[in-house]
Design a binder for this molecule. Structure first.
Ligand code: SF4
Ligand code: SF4
Length: 658
């Protein structure tokens, strides 16, 4: 009777709150996360069951994994204990009397306690910065509840062994048996047996009632959030629709997120799932260089706003109500937070949606970005140069400009605005063109018919301008019969490969480092290696983290000199500071590019290799402002030098032998 009452009370409290959470999800805006079930099932196995993302930081990850795996193993003990409350002589059929299961219960009780103790130690003694702003008191309470559940279970088992009530062979549970020596076979132990089982079940029911209101809501939602996470093309932003498509309601349209009512259901689920672990904040280059932005606080702010039941809260402005405006503009869309998050929260979507509302609905954005947005819209490039000057970089190189009506080449070389107009980045385009010519690749450029892909406008929040450019470029490319594209800019690469398919543009896109590495591997380009050339390679976020291009640039560096890797490289790379339209924005706090240049200098390399025109400009600026003795060069430039080296060596050896 008492158990039924406790179950009823806990179920009612949890049910009421769960109904409210479900109502929030149902009222949210639509987003399509269907398909790819095989990938989603794999993510459940690897990210949820395997705790892979948590184990990126091995020791804290392992401690969390002990608690998580422990709860899976210990889950049936809830039923066993409830049966024990009703009738102390009964247990769960089969499982309740298995020795091996009793052994696992003992083992996982110890592991869960180790996990809880280590979490307390980290929170109370180590106090890492990543917990700043998290609900610390609530975390302590939850750790205490978990410890109570586990300790009461062990003591319940111990009293049952002492009373001879254990249905399993006691030898299988050495810890419980050891603890049983604390108890005599008497009336006091009979009372204590009842006390411990009630503490165990009562704490679980209290936890159940509290869970949907707490930060540990992630226990219930994280697996769902991982299931609905992105399955491919991590660098893709979901397009906004400005007209309702067939079957869509006018009220489902949105222009980003201005209020909690405009979040998509995935964004709502993201907010429910945050564990406040701060791993995103720790990885964030903006936060690490003293900016206001904390991706954790962005998600927590949105969750607080969603949970606010006061009148008008659902329609209240998210910026600055839930998220400070400065934070919204601090983001460089590098994706480090998304990669670090153990529950697959997609922070970039949230931040870009906030920007979309500010830019398109309120016309609010940093004033210094205004010329960029204007020039992209009016001139087709963020530098505001004449489109007629787009192919000036190729003067004298014999590069074919694809004219309307001409047959498409095998590869269309998409040069991008930076490599067309910025003096330092132009060197990359020139080296790439010479290398492709030397290797006999059939390629051409669009010249004045190439426009900005729209990436900076889109990341800034101006989806209108992006979509207009995307449609125009897709028309030009598809109209010219283009099938394969070479891009030397990772931002163009990401947009052409991952975002233009949403506008009907489906092309095979390669990054120039991939094609050049292939040409070297095939012997069509034969550079000479220089052992004395020490090179540290900087991974561009849009190449490595968003698009998994890791090996090709490394293969080139390895073919040219001695690679000296930086501490943070590959998918763990640290941004140059240019992404998310930051190439055109003022930077607050310490400059991100100087931070990265310092890290590069620590390797002792003389050359800082890059594979992105934005990185070229940002890191070269960083070298100059921080006074480091480093030369910044694109891998194409370095490869061309390797070819020239090979030619001079061949000439020298001919002279020596002749
Ligand atoms: S995308 Fe990069 S800059 Fe933006 S919040 Fe995430 S980690 Fe920070
Ligand atoms: S967003 Fe993800 S990484 Fe950041 S605090 Fe929340 S759970 Fe942790």
């Amino acid at each position: 009777m008492a158990l039924a009452a406790a179950l009823g009370a806990s179920g009612t409290l949890a049910g009421r709150r769960t109904a409210r959470l479900l109502a929030l999800v149902r009222a949210a805006k639509p987003t399509d996360r269907s398909g790819d079930e095989a990938i989603r099932a794999r993510n459940e196995l690897v990210v949820v069951l395997g705790q892979r993302k948590l184990l990126q930081r091995f020791w804290p990850g392992l401690m969390h994994a002990f608690v998580f795996w422990g709860f899976l193993v210990l889950a049936p003990t809830i039923l066993i204990a409830m049966i024990g409350i009703v009738d102390r002589g009964q247990t769960l059929p089969w499982l309740g009397s298995q020795g091996w299961y009793a052994a696992m219960v003992d083992l996982f009780c110890v592991l869960v306690l180790a996990g809880v103790a280590s979490a307390f130690y980290v929170r109370k003694v180590v106090r890492p910065k990543r917990f700043e702003g998290s609900h610390k008191g609530e975390a302590d309470l939850i750790l205490a509840l978990i410890a109570t559940i586990v300790v009461s279970l062990l003591l319940w088992h111990a009293t049952r062994i002492a009373l001879g009530l254990n249905e399993w062979p006691a030898a299988w549970s050495p810890l419980s048996r050891l603890l049983s020596h604390l108890f005599a076979r008497d009336e006091t132990t009979r009372v204590l047996e009842r006390v411990f089982v009630w503490i165990h079940v009562g704490t679980i029911l209290a936890f159940l009632a509290y869970l949907p209101r707490s930060k540990h809501l992630h226990i219930a939602t994280a697996a769902l959030n991982v299931w609905f996470g992105r399955t491919a093309a991590r660098g893709r932003l979901e397009p906004l629709r400005f007209e309702p498509s067939e079957g869509e309601r006018e009220e489902d349209l949105r222009f980003g997120a201005g209020s909690a009512a405009e979040l998509t259901w995935k964004e709502v689920l993201d907010a429910f799932s945050c564990t406040e672990c701060g791993r995103c904040q720790d990885a964030c280059p903006a936060n690490q260089t003293g900016k206001l932005l904390s991706p954790k606080l962005v998600i927590m702010g949105l969750r607080d706003q969603l949970f606010d039941t006061s009148e008008g809260a659902r329609e209240a402005a998210l910026v600055p109500g839930a998220v400070p405006e400065e934070s919204v503009w601090d983001c460089v869309t590098c994706g480090a937070c998304v990669q670090a998050c153990p529950v697959s929260i997609e922070h970039i979507d949230h931040i870009v949606d906030l920007r979309r509302h500010l830019v398109m609905v309120e016309s609010r954005f940093p004033s210094e970005a205004e010329p960029m947005l204007r020039d992209v819209e009016r001139s087709g490039n963020p530098w505001g140069h004449q489109q007629a000057q787009r192919a000036d970089w190729a003067a004298g190189l014999g590069v074919r400009v694809l004219e309307p009506g001409e047959a498409a080449p095998e590869y269309l070389y998409w040069v991008g605005c930076a490599s067309s107009f910025d003096e330092r980045a132009r060197a990359t385009a020139q080296a790439t063109a010479r290398l492709l010519t030397a290797a006999g690749v059939d390629f051409a450029i669009l010249g004045p018919r190439e426009s900005c892909t729209g990436d900076p406008a889109r990341r800034m929040g101006n989806e209108y301008v992006f979509q207009a450019l995307a449609e125009q470029n897709v028309q030009t490319l598809s109209g010219a019969g283009v099938r394969k594209i070479i891009a030397n800019c990772p931002h163009c690469f990401n947009t052409l490969a991952n975002e233009y398919p949403d506008f009907g543009g489906n092309y095979e896109v390669v990054h120039h480092s991939e094609l050049l590495a292939r040409l070297v591997a095939e012997g069509r380009l034969v550079p000479a290696r220089d052992e004395a050339l020490t090179v540290t390679y900087h991974d561009s976020c849009y190449l490595a983290r968003h698009n998994d291009v890791l090996e090709a640039p490394r293969a080139l560096v390895g073919a040219l000199g001695t690679p000296l890797p930086m501490a943070r490289s590959g998918r763990e790379t640290f941004c140059c500071g240019a992404g998310g339209a930051h190439m055109w924005m003022e930077e607050r706090g310490r400059p991100i590019n100087e931070e990265r240049v310092r890290e590069a200098a620590q390797t002792g390399a003389g050359t800082l290799a890059v594979a992105c025109p934005y990185c070229t400009v940002m890191l070269d600026d960083g070298v100059q402002s921080s006074g480091q003795a480093l030369r910044v060069a694109d891998v194409a430039t370095l490869l061309e030098e390797g070819l020239l080296r090979a030619q001079s060596e061949a000439q020298a050896s001919r002279q020596a032998s002749g």
